[in-house]
Design a protein around this ligand. Structure first.
Ligand SMILES: NC(=O)c1ccc[n+]([C@@H]2O[C@H](COP(=O)([O-])OP(=O)(O)OC[C@H]3O[C@@H](n4cnc5c(N)ncnc54)[C@H](O)[C@@H]3O)[C@@H](O)[C@H]2O)c1
Length: 345
C-alpha cells in the first residue's frame, strides 16, 4: 500500500508511549496526532517521535481530522465514551484493556463499532507473545490431546513502584483484580480452552501488607470456570504480591501436560518422569516496552488493509472474555455463588 494509515492517540501516558513506537514500527501505519488533556508542544512531540505530529486538547477536533484510526490508551473509565465517539466518527479503534468498566459499556462499544462499520482491536497483546503463540502451536499440533483442565494465573505486584498505582487503587479506574490486570490471564485461558464458558465461581481477598492498603477493592481473586462439555479451569488474579512478575500456565490434556515452558507429550514418547523444555521468550515483565504490541498492531493494520476483522483480539472476541470476567466479579461480590453466563442480562 502506498498511503499509511494515520493514527491518532487518545491519551498520552505510559502505555501510549509504547504504542506510538509499536505503531510507527509497523509497515503500514504511523501516529500523526495526539489528543491529551495536557497542552502539548507540536514541535517537541514531532521531534520526540521523529515525524510530523499534531496535538489536540479537544477530542472532537481529533475525531474530525483525517486520522483513519485511533488508539485509546487513556484512563479505563474514559474508554467507553471515547470509543463510542470514535466509532461514530468512523475511526477504526485500538483499545487498551480493560475495554470498559462495566459489561454494559463493553457491549455499547462493540455495538457502536458494528453500527458504524469500524474495526476494533483490544490490547490483549499477550495472545501475540512468543510464549502464547508457541503454546498455541503445541496445542494445535495435538501434542497434549484434548484439554480437560487448564489454569492460567497472573502474579504482578502493582504497588507504588508502578506508574498507574496513582489511579489504579481506586475502584473507578481499577475496578477489580481481574479488570485491572488479571484479565490478561483469564483471556489467555480462554484462548487455549475455548470461550464456551457456562458458569463461574470466584472469591477474593486482599494482602495485609501496608503497601497495598490504598486499594479500594480486593486485589487477589481466584475464579473456577465450568466449560461446556464438563471441562474445567482456574484463573487467579493477584496484583498484591511481592515476587517477580509471573504468568503461571498449566494445561492438562489427554496426551500430555504443559507447565509454562515445559511439557510432556505421550505422542512424542518423551519421558514422563521429567519435563521436556520449550525454548521461547516468556511473559515475565509488566513493562509495556517489553510487550508484543508491534506484532499485534501489524496484524491489525494488515487486517484493515484486507478489509477483515482483527484476528484473535477483535472487539467481538474480546467481549467474550469480558463477559466471563464480569460474571466472575459478580460471583465474587456474592461470596462465590456459581454464576451462569446465561444470567448476564
Ligand atoms: N495491555 C497492557 O499490558 C497494559 C499495560 C499498561 C497499561 N495498560 C492500559 O493502558 C491504559 C493507560 O495506562 P498507563 O499505564 O499508560 O497510565 P498513565 O497514567 O501513564 O496514563 C493514563 C492517562 O493519564 C494521562 N496522563 C498521564 N500523565 C498525565 C499528566 N501529567 N497530566 C494529564 N494527564 C496525564 C494519559 O494521557 C492517559 O490518558 C489503561 O487502560 C491501562 O489499563 C495496559
Amino acid at each position: 500500500m502506498s498511503k499509511k494509515f494515520n493514527v491518532g492517540m487518545i491519551g498520552y501516558g505510559w502505555a501510549a508511549g509504547a504504542h506510538i513506537d509499536a505503531i510507527n514500527a509497523t509497515s503500514n501505519a504511523e501516529v500523526t496526532a495526539v489528543y491529551s488533556s495536557r497542552k502539548l508542544n507540536d514541535a517537541e512531540l514531532s521531534a520526540k517521535h521523529g515525524r510530523p505530529m499534531k496535538s489536540y486538547t479537544d477530542l472532537d477536533a481529533l475525531l474530525a481530522s483525517d486520522v483513519d484510526a485511533v488508539d485509546i490508551s487513556s484512563y479505563p473509565s474514559q474508554h467507553k465514551d471515547q470509543a463510542v465517539a470514535a466509532a461514530k466518527a468512523g475511526k477504526h479503534i485500538i483499545l487498551e484493556k480493560p475495554m470498559a468498566m462495566t459489561l454494559e459499556d463493553c457491549r455499547a462499544i462493540v455495538k457502536a463499532a458494528a453500527d458504524n462499520k469500524v474495526k476494533g482491536c483490544v490490547c490483549f497483546e499477550c495472545r501475540f507473545s512468543g510464549q502464547f503463540t508457541g503454546t498455541k502451536a503445541l496445542l494445535d499440533e495435538g501434542l497434549l490431546g484434548d484439554l480437560h483442565y487448564g489454569e492460567i494465573d497472573y502474579y504482578h505486584g502493582i504497588g507504588p513502584w508502578y506508574g498507574q498505582f496513582r489511579w489504579n487503587t481506586f475502584k473507578k479506574d481499577g475496578g477489580s483484580a481481574l479488570l485491572t490486570a488479571g484479565c490478561h490471564a483469564l483471556d489467555a485461558l480462554l484462548m487455549f480452552m475455548g470461550n464456551d464458558v457456562e458458569a463461574v465461581s470466584s472469591i477474593s481477598t486482599k494482602s495485609k501488607s501496608e503497601i497495598f492498603a490504598p486499594y479500594e477493592y480486593d486485589t487477589s481473586s481466584v475464579t473456577i470456570l465450568h466449560f461446556k462439555g464438563g471441562r474445567i479451569g482456574k484463573s487467579a488474579a493477584i496484583v498484591d504480591c511481592l515476587q517477580p512478575y509471573y504468568f503461571h500456565t498449566h494445561l492438562v490434556g489427554s496426551h500430555g501436560s504443559l507447565l509454562d515452558n515445559k511439557f510432556h507429550s505421550a505422542k512424542l514418547h518423551t519421558n514422563k518422569a521429567g519435563w521436556s523444555q520449550l525454548n521461547m521468550k516468556m511473559l515475565d515483565s509488566g513493562d509495556v516496552s517489553d510487550h508484543p504490541y508491534q506484532t499485534q498492531f501489524q496484524a491489525f493494520f494488515d487486517a484493515l488493509e484486507a478489509g477483515k476483522d482483527m484476528p484473535l483480539t477483535s472487539f467481538a472476541e474480546s467481549l467474550k472474555t469480558f463477559e466471563v470476567l464480569f460474571a466472575a466479579d459478580k460471583s465474587a461480590e456474592e461470596g462465590g455463588r456459581l454464576v451462569k453466563l446465561s444470567e448476564l442480562a
